[in-house]
Design a protein around this ligand. Structure first.
Ligand code: ADP
Length: 192
């Protein structure tokens, strides 16, 4: 199995690049943001709980997302590998993920981290809000809160994987294709 984490702040392009990587390398895309939004759309108890945090731009509690990822991993038995997008977002989530993958004897191969300036992030998210239908993209206060959650809680996840020398930084500004080519270069280095 080839398991990869696409990492970066909100608006850094993880979703866009995930679609391309998944198509090219045949990985199963697991996005906690997408999974949570689908729980909300289906009005499940988990979705109702998560929504209260998401509407404020705060992280959903670790136990909720870890449980969700655990069942997603279990229900995808024979995949080539997973592309984790938006997860792990705290060091506790990273440790939980390592434990889950340990059971599969399939550790994380690499974390590809997209680097984008804060002003560019806000610009992109506000723009996405015009069409995405995501309420957390239309309010600048919520956008800033998400970025500050990232800086306060999520950035440390890169340090966690850095200790195992698994982090590759990729410039997340430029054209979508240019960024994608740079991501592919790193993936191919590992696969070949
Ligand atoms: P973005 O990264 O563009 O903000 P996501 O779709 O990844 O968007 O996440 C949207 C929201 O869902 C986050 O602001 C957060 O509230 C919640 N969320 C997603 N993934 C996680 C996670 N791994 N841990 C906690 N909360 C999460």
């Amino acid at each position: 199995m080839f398991n990869l984490i696409l990492f970066g702040p909100p608006g850094s392009g993880k979703g866009t690049q995930s679609e391309k990587i998944m198509a090219q390398y045949g990985l199963k895309h697991l996005s906690t943001g997408d999974l949570l939004r689908s729980e909300i759309a289906n009005q499940t108890a988990l979705g109702l709980e998560a929504k209260q945090f998401m509407d404020k731009g705060e992280l959903v509690p670790d136990a909720v997302v870890i449980g969700m990822i655990s069942s997603s991993i279990d229900s995808n038995e024979s995949v080539k590998g997973f592309l984790f997008d938006g997860f792990p977002r705290t060091p506790a989530q990273a440790e939980a993920l390592d434990n889950l993958l340990e059971l599969k004897k399939a550790p994380i191969s690499v974390m590809l981290a997209l680097d984008v300036s804060e002003e560019e992030l806000v610009k992109r998210l506000m723009k996405r809000g015009e069409t995405s239908g995501r309420s957390d993209d239309t309010n600048e206060v919520v956008i800033r809160a998400r970025i500050s959650e990232y800086l306060n809680k999520t950035a440390a996840v890169a340090d966690y994987y850095q200790q195992f020398d698994k982090v590759k930084m990729i410039k997340g500004e430029g054209s979508i294709d240019e960024i994608y080519q740079n991501l592919c270069l790193e993936i191919d280095k590992i696969l070949n």
